[in-house]
Write a protein that binds this ligand. Sequence first.
Ligand code: ADP
Length: 486
Amino acid sequence: MRVLLASSEVHPYSKTGGLADATAALGKALAKAGHRVGIVTPLYRGVREQFPALRKLDWHFDFTLDGKFPGGEVWTLQPTKGLTVYFINHPEYYDRPGIYNEHGTDYWDNGERFIYLCKCVTHLARYLPWRPQVVHVSDWQTGLVPLMILHQARAGRWAEPPISCFTIHNLSYQGWFPGAAYRLTNLPTEYFHGQGAEQYGVLNCLKAGIAYSDVVTTVSPRYAREITTQEHGEGLDWLLRQRQGQGRLVGILNGVDYEEWNTTHNRWLKAAYSIADLQGKSINKAALQRELGLPIRPDIPLFGTITRLADQKGVDIELGALEEMLASGMQFVLLGSGSPLLEAAFVSLAKRFPDKVHARIGYDHGLAHRIEAGCDFYLMPSRFEPCGLNQMYSLRYGTIPVVRRTGGLDDSVIDAGDDPVGANGIKFGNYSSSALSEAIRKALSIFAHPAVLRHYQKNGMRANLGWDSAVARYEQVYIAASTPCK
Ligand code: ADP
């Protein structure tokens, strides 16, 4: 098949979260499976300097945004066989210090920046000489693409339009903009209504993606069920139930890119290790403790979290549980950034427990690998979690995940209560500090029994969470989506 993906972030060119990892890895995995793949993404500041192999394509965008011609360039790179990345160069929109925001404030023109991106994706989908059969976009930033394709097809301007697949990586970010922003799409008002791109009088880009794509997917089976409920539906559960009723809502668990996230060939790690020889893990633990300025103690369990500091991630109950549990013998490292209040709370915790806690505020890809490898346990108490990647990275790194039973966390981690022999992590249910504390107590008792610890670690490292099965599921979905809706 010929598949054009599009995303506002793609690792290693840009990243704020799992969307970047998932898009890059899916693109690579589809290409490896023999498909012809393209990925469209903005050319952000610094990418051209970091990747000098980028080449300008002879391409001309002739569409308008409301009344004006925005222009723009396309630069390309072929990172692997069968995969081409198309970077949209429009410095006024994308040559900025941040991707979506600066100092915690969203860019005022995000609506325009990403409506423009949607138009570029649609233009490429239509005119690329290799004629994509599937256009697969993700989240609100590219949510208007399915509608743009549908409209051109309905208007008789696109004889054989591609299938559109829309993936929700996070339902809580919907891309709401004042109704006037809809003019920038140049679409007729017939799509701007309660069943379409409009909600409460404003433009909702994610809703347009759900309403107008041929098929909607999300990044785990459990999250696909959760978002059809009022509790997790973020005001769109009714529309998601409609799509589910048409057989057009599918949950596919993201995979792990093991070329990137592995413990045997990893430039970020002090020592390599594997399921057959875990000695290197102890070396990585000591190196991490040294790097963080924590006492180098193999006998003290080290817990870690790497996260956006946002409400979703459950860091409020994590702070509460740590207050209680730090009295026991444990160490904790946080790597994250986001809400200034939460950043301050972790910095203050580290000041009060300098021998037990290290808080690193910021973004550091290499340190993320070293935390995954050096910790004994990984804490992920999310309020909700569409898929979550770090718990899956933890499994491969022999770091036992302690997770809340929600979304993709529930789908990817096995608790002893569900399967004592296959257990590879600890799950808890209630969203409370005391429930998390209880789970941490279980972790401490596992740590106190080295044979049990090894059993959990090895089960985790053995888990096959690669992309192969996800690719096979997406292939089925692309094919099924080409038949008429129920
Ligand atoms: P989300 O997409 O909701 O942020 P995921 O668990 O799906 O959560 O993916 C998060 C990705 O971002 C992981 O690869 C994680 O390691 C990375 N990440 C998050 N915060 C940081 C940080 N401060 N430094 C380095 N990597 C980070």
